[in-house]
Design a protein around this ligand. Structure first.
Ligand SMILES: [Zn+2]
Length: 344
């Protein structure tokens, strides 16, 4: 055995531990850069699937094969649980529910979005365009991204949510109880499911082992309270959510992509340090004068792939929010454009 085998073996051990608890990881392909998405089959009553994969023939075929390897068919599913609003996690929801008669369960905040997915996703794209314009992304890039967004919508779907879950609710299966915990940050609807007895956490994209979960600037799902709707502070929300998750005595975290996580406290601490480092680096870049988030992103990452533009923009704005909260940076509005300025 070489040291390179160690992480793989650790993952195999963790997946074996999950399997003994009746939990099976099904890795479903997506057409997105992130690669495969993890769905989890829970062999319990009701027979439960956490997340579905995107709405595509390939994903459906592979999901069917994966269920078959555990002696199950789509028609056997009784409950479908959705962890958050992104299409790689929910796209097959409607097809699976129709074929199996399974009930769909999701956070109450997410229900209206799932029931009118296309309208919600189109509003998300409009919101993203406004954010990009404000933060200096060139107009031609915004146009290209608009058509990418419209094409991606085909991988989602709308569906009826029969079981609305509230933050703190207990989702009871025959052999286990899963506590529903709202952990916004990566998306406004991120929901994690905590099996306190087994110390197993279903984390969706709230925590991922090999890549940091991008705190995307997302359109708020609830109308902002008060008179002026403010831009959500996704990274600040995300850090607060991670702080809460850090307190859970989890032994095994099952994420929405990649391998299981066995030491979530170290992982979260690493993420905290990374965000501090990144914020410091970006603050340094402002020494030469006020800049837009897009200009900062270009200096940080050089030539950015078009599809990664929004993600990197979210990263920059998130760290500017952190610095602003510390009194290190302020926003300067110049017409339609926002620049960030270091406070001396
Ligand atoms: Zn995902």
């Amino acid at each position: 055995m070489t040291s390179a085998d160690a992480p793989r073996n650790a993952a195999a051990d963790s997946l074996a531990l999950a399997a003994r608890a009746g939990i099976h990881r099904l890795q479903i392909p997506t057409p997105f850069l992130v690669g495969r998405v993890n769905c989890y089959l829970i062999d319990d009553e009701p027979l439960t699937l956490i997340d579905t994969g995107p709405n595509s023939g390939t994903s459906l075929d592979e999901l069917e094969l994966a269920l078959g390897r555990h002696g199950r068919a789509i028609e056997d599913l009784e409950l479908i649980v959705i962890t958050h609003q992104h299409i790689d996690h929910l796209g097959l929801m409607e097809i699976l529910a129709r074929r199996s008669g399974a009930e769909v369960a999701a956070l109450d905040l997410l229900t209206p979005y799932l029931e009118r997915f296309r309208a919600g996703a189109a509003a998300d794209d409009d919101f993203a365009q406004t954010v990009m314009r404000r933060h200096g992304v060139p107009e031609d890039m915004i146009t290209v991204l608009g058509s990418v967004g419209a094409a991606f919508r085909a991988f989602g779907c709308s569906g009826h949510v029969a079981r609305e879950l509230r933050d703190g609710d207990m989702l009871e299966l025959r052999d286990r109880k899963l506590q529903v915990l709202h952990r916004p940050g990566h998306s406004p609807s991120d929901t994690i499911f905590w099996d306190e007895q087994r110390r197993i956490l279903f984390a969706g994209d709230h925590l991922l082992a090999h890549i940091s979960s991008n705190p995307l600037i997302s359109r708020p799902l609830r109308a902002a309270e008060g008179s002026s709707p403010t831009r959500p502070r996704a990274l600040i929300d995300y850090i607060e959510s991670m702080r809460a998750t850090r307190e859970l005595p989890a032994e095994l975290v099952l994420p929405g992509h990649g391998d299981p996580i066995v030491d979530h406290v170290s992982l979260i601490d690493e993420r905290f340090k990374m965000h501090q480092r990144r914020a410091r680096k970006m603050l340094g870049l402002l020494a030469s004068g006020p800049q837009t988030a897009y200009e900062i992103a270009l200096t940080m990452w050089g030539n950015i792939a078009v599809t990664q533009t929004y993600l990197t923009l979210s990263e920059v704005v998130g760290h500017m929010d952190l610095l602003a909260a510390d009194g290190r940076v302020r926003e300067v509005e110049q017409g339609e454009l926002v620049r960030f300025e270091a406070i001396a």
